[in-house]
Ligand binder design. Sequence first.
Ligand code: ZN
Length: 236
Amino acid sequence: MKKKNKEVVYDRMRPKQIEEILIERPIAYLPWGAIEYHGNHNPTGLDTIKAFHLCIDLAKKVGGLVLPPISLAANLIKSYPGVNFPKHSLEFSEKLIRSICQEYFEQLVEQEFKIVVLLSGHAGEPHLQILRDVADEFNKKYPNNYFWALAEFDVLPDDLLVANHSALGETSLQLYYAAETVDLESLPKDREISLEIDAVSGDDPRPSNSIRGKKIADTFVKNASEKLSILIEKYI
Ligand SMILES: [Zn+2]
């Protein structure tokens, strides 16, 4: 029996490999991250790494192709009111984010994808809402295709993960997918964690671990694949 091709990353594949998957499962995953300061304990690409790996895990279960991640985002911690983190973030305009999203969607339709899953690792607003709005716009424009723009917390129960910045949820996912990029030791041991000093919004990241990260990732894949199976019935 022919060995099953497990490669799912679009720009690592040759045309024949792409077409084999495209004909059976015309689903494109578009991981959308950011280059954003995530405190001293996490890398600047956390949102990108998170979205990319979650998309790969989902594609391996459901089928489809994962586009290379986009590391362009608006509304970063750099410009949050009341905090002062000017360094280590590259922030782009809302106008540019909207245009890139529209141009990607348009071309993914042209490349014969029927379902587009845009997973945003960055939840700043209105950045995330812009991506959701473009998806709505394209769902109206192409009624035989489906565009699903989501953040990972959309399909996760609150006791496992809520929207957070470099807190317990994001840090655990980062430990699961790229442990070598995390330095928990850089977090203080003798005081409370705060947004103003540590750039953490959400639950204390100090108890983060890869087991929790795996649980979040597995639950994400389970819940997102259930929704995708309904979309596959309808659109493919
Ligand atoms: Zn983040």
